[in-house]
Design a protein around this ligand. Structure first.
Ligand code: ADP
Ligand code: MG
Length: 382
């Protein structure tokens, strides 16, 4: 991969695709983490005296009303964080933008308006329109993609611009790819993957990618019930992913020793052994015996990958399993990597962030990496 370090960006106009898709309420940014995380790449470019042109999306923009999703508040916050002026251009094309770019001096920063303003007339940004990509590319001399969260989609502002300029990735994407590549290609063994979440169907790609690589696959969450059903157990009204039953049967028969399923559950009525679920109950979390069982595998693992909460953690009474896994991981060494939007949210909510080696920041993008896919928004070839 070509990174920002490999390219000559000194004194050049560098377009950096960042992820400034931050939550904003009543014009106020409620969490500026993504802006802070982008600073390393921006500062690196500034140290090289580049003229920095920043592009990002913010939410969805399908109609003119969606133009409330302006990046203006982000420009103010960024200016504070960088401790220097940030030129904000409230257009995504045209003379005003071109002039502002022309006026940029070395070491200055410009933020263009939300790239998805170009989705109002025909989804140009999101469909990777090549005329738009070429136009944006014409504003700079080098392109750096550092927006991991959208890197699983080919848009004009990532894959598109990369077609027309010398391109590389920034520090955030570099780290995400490196961590995942290391565990996938050369993991310290035993490697255990913990899978949870709602539907088996969402995780088939991840399971297929890890069945051979992993030593153990611990399955909890809603998806465990389809596996349990496939092995002939009564699951009551627990989440069932009907169309994935045959997939589960197949995987269970081939990888019997690797796949570890829950032995007890917390349902909406009680905590009981898997065999005691009645037809009217719904399993919403793993039980204490399962957590104990999982901990035995986790304690002997050197690399652990976790995707998918083990229960309906949004409700306190069904958060036991997800919190429990956090607590086990806190107390063991080894490489601990988490991915997936809800998994990351749960870890943060319960305050266990610091005990992980890496928590992937992009929901969809991290899932695709776990599936072993190449990300469409990133230019891999030289
Ligand atoms: P991620 O975003 O980390 O990839 P998913 O989106 O696959 O995770 O799954 C998260 C969702 O799964 C959560 O909203 C959680 O409530 C739900 N979930 C977990 N266990 C259960 C369960 N037993 N029954 C119903 N939903 C569950
Ligand atoms: Mg999710």
């Amino acid at each position: 991969m070509i990174t920002i370090r490999d390219l000559d960006i000194s004194n050049k106009k560098v377009i950096i695709r960042v992820d400034f898709n931050v939550p904003i309420k009543d014009g106020k940014i409620t969490d500026d983490k993504r802006i802070i995380e982008s600073l390393e790449t921006i500062n690196y470019a500034l140290e090289k005296n580049a003229k920095v042109i920043l592009m990002s999306h913010l939410g969805r923009v399908k109609t003119v009303e969606d133009k409330v999703n302006t990046l203006y508040p982000v420009s103010l916050r960024l200016s504070q964080l960088l401790n220097r002026e940030v030129v904000f251009v409230d257009e995504t094309r045209g003379l005003k933008l071109e002039k502002a770019v022309d006026n940029l001096k070395n070491g200055e920063v410009l933020l263009m308006e939300n790239t998805r303003f170009e989705d109002i007339d025909g989804s140009k940004e999101s469909s990777n329109d090549q005329d738009l990509a070429k136009y944006w590319a014409s504003l700079g001399e080098v392109f750096i993609n550092d927006a991991f969260g959208t890197s699983h989609r080919a848009h004009a502002s990532n894959a598109g611009i990369a077609n027309y300029l010398p391109s590389g990735i920034g520090f955030l994407i570099e780290k995400e790819l490196k961590v995942m590549n290391d565990v996938m290609c050369n993991p310290n063994k035993p490697l255990t993957i913990i899978l949870g979440g709602a539907k088996v169907n969402d995780k088939i790609g991840v399971i297929n990618n890890f069945v051979d690589k992993a030593d153990y696959i611990l399955i909890g969450g809603g998806m465990a019930f389809t596996f349990l059903k496939a092995s002939g157990i009564e699951i009551g009204s627990s989440l069932l992913d009907e169309e994935s039953i045959s997939f589960c049967k197949d995987i269970l028969s081939k990888y019997e020793d690797k796949i570890i399923l829950p032995i007890d559950v917390v349902t909406d009525l009680k905590t009981c052994f898997i065999s005691d679920i009645t037809s009217s109950e719904k399993g919403l979390d793993i039980g204490p015996q399962t957590l104990k069982l999982f901990s035995q595998y986790l304690r002997m693992s050197k690399t652990i990958i976790w995707n998918g909460p083990l229960g309906m953690f949004e409700e306190e009474k069904y958060s036991y399993g997800t919190k429990g896994v956090c607590e086990i991981l806190k107390n063991i060494d080894g490489l601990k990597i988490a991915g997936g939007g809800d998994t990351a949210a749960a870890i943060k909510q319960f305050g266990y962030e610091e005990f992980f080696t890496h928590i992937s920041t992009g929901g969809g993008a991290s899932l695709e990496l776990l599936e072993g896919k190449k990300l469409k928004g990133i230019k891999y070839e030289k």
